[in-house]
Design a protein around this ligand. Structure first.
Ligand SMILES: Cc1cc2nc3c(=O)[nH]c(=O)nc-3n(C[C@H](O)[C@H](O)[C@H](O)COP(=O)(O)OP(=O)(O)OC[C@H]3O[C@@H](n4cnc5c(N)ncnc54)[C@H](O)[C@@H]3O)c2cc1C
Length: 298
């Protein structure tokens, strides 16, 4: 049942509280650009404080049961950790299935905001905001998202969803899926958020990576991703290709460094240049990869 009530702090907005995905989509269809979905509201709150217009209609997703919960499911031969989009960042950090099966997510979330924000903010909102610090970690885990809009529902990789230039304002992100297969057990991962101080800080850059070695000792699955702050998260696909079929002893690190500088196009602001962010990202990625390759460097 959809209920309507006046919002006292956002006096001119109406908050809708649908209890099903279909009701939420129907409200979005009814009000179009005058409405937006709201989960934890923590990113929207920042945007409104920065002068963005508060929409006339807010469609709260909080009561939709189907977007809650974390469980391991089977998708053909593969096990998948499925996370409801309404799961808070605190839940993603501490849930036993996440810490057991996909520790990198728990690690990434730990670096986002402060505990009070993580208790309210959701993983769906972090992704849908398109610049969340969790996205680089999801990219290197080959995560997928379930999306619903007024005409269809589908599952696609986070990477293709980010690359999709179509207007996705009406898409409702309902779940996040992380594969857990046998190969995953042999994967090595890293995640680093670099800020101006150790904690409670916006990112200068966020980097993540994953790699595995095949039985011939060749790198056969390297994923590298960047993001953080106002930098749009993306994979470094050209740099990833430099590792394909290489043995650890044959990787040309200088080439990797130059490729990251070329492929990562971060923002410049009043405090830090794009050039500085590129170099930070390249140094961190190389040092983290080398630690994975040669653990004795730690
Ligand atoms: C003090 C403070 C510090 C912060 N620090 C960080 C940080 O370090 N790193 C970081 O990444 N973020 C940070 N944030 C931003 C924010 O907390 C996170 O990005 C959070 O995960 C957003 O989730 P939310 O549920 O609050 O999203 P909301 O604010 O509810 O929504 C964010 C956007 O996503 C859309 N949306 C929400 N849910 C869905 C859905 N299921 N389907 C489709 N669209 C949806 C909304 O319409 C909106 O456009 C910070 C915020 C605050 C207030």
């Amino acid at each position: 049942m959809t209920t309507e009530k006046e919002n006292s702090s956002l006096a001119s907005s109406v908050i809708w509280t649908p209890t099903t995905i279909q009701e939420a989509l129907a409200k979005k269809k009814e009000f179009g650009a005058d409405a937006c979905f709201i989960s934890g509201g923590t990113l929207l709150q920042l945007q409104w404080e920065n002068g963005n217009k508060v929409p006339k209609h807010l469609i709260s997703l909080q009561l939709i049961q189907k977007m809650q919960g974390i469980e391991v499911e089977r998708d053909h031969d593969c096990k998948v950790l499925s996370i409801g989009a309404l799961s808070t960042l605190a839940t993603c950090q501490n849930h036993s299935l996440v810490t057991m099966e996909r520790k990198l997510l728990s690690e990434a979330v730990k670096h986002i905001a402060a505990p009070a924000v993580r208790n309210q903010a959701t993983i769906g909102g972090n992704i849908a905001g398109r610049s969340g610090d969790v996205i680089p970690a999801l990219l290197v885990m080959d995560a997928e998202v379930s999306l619903c809009n007024k005409v269809s529902s589908l599952k696609k990789s986070v990477w293709s969803w980010l690359k999709d230039k179509e207007d996705q304002q009406d898409d409702l992100l309902t779940q996040v899926h992380l594969p857990i297969n046998e190969q995953e057990r042999n994967m090595h991962y890293f995640y680093k958020k670099i800020g101006r101080r150790e904690a409670f800080t916006a990112a200068i850059v966020t980097v993540a990576g994953s790699m595995s070695l095949n039985e011939l000792g060749e790198l056969d699955h390297v994923r590298l991703a960047v993001g953080g702050g106002d930098n749009l998260p993306h994979r470094l696909e050209a740099t990833e290709r430099l590792f394909k079929g290489e043995k650890l002893s044959t990787v040309t690190w200088k080439e990797v460094y130059s490729s990251i500088l070329k492929e990562f196009l971060p923002t410049t602001d009043a405090f830090l240049s794009a050039d500085y962010r590129k170099k930070v990202a390249a140094h961190i990625i190389i040092s983290e990869l080398q630690e994975l390759v040669f653990p004795s460097l730690k």
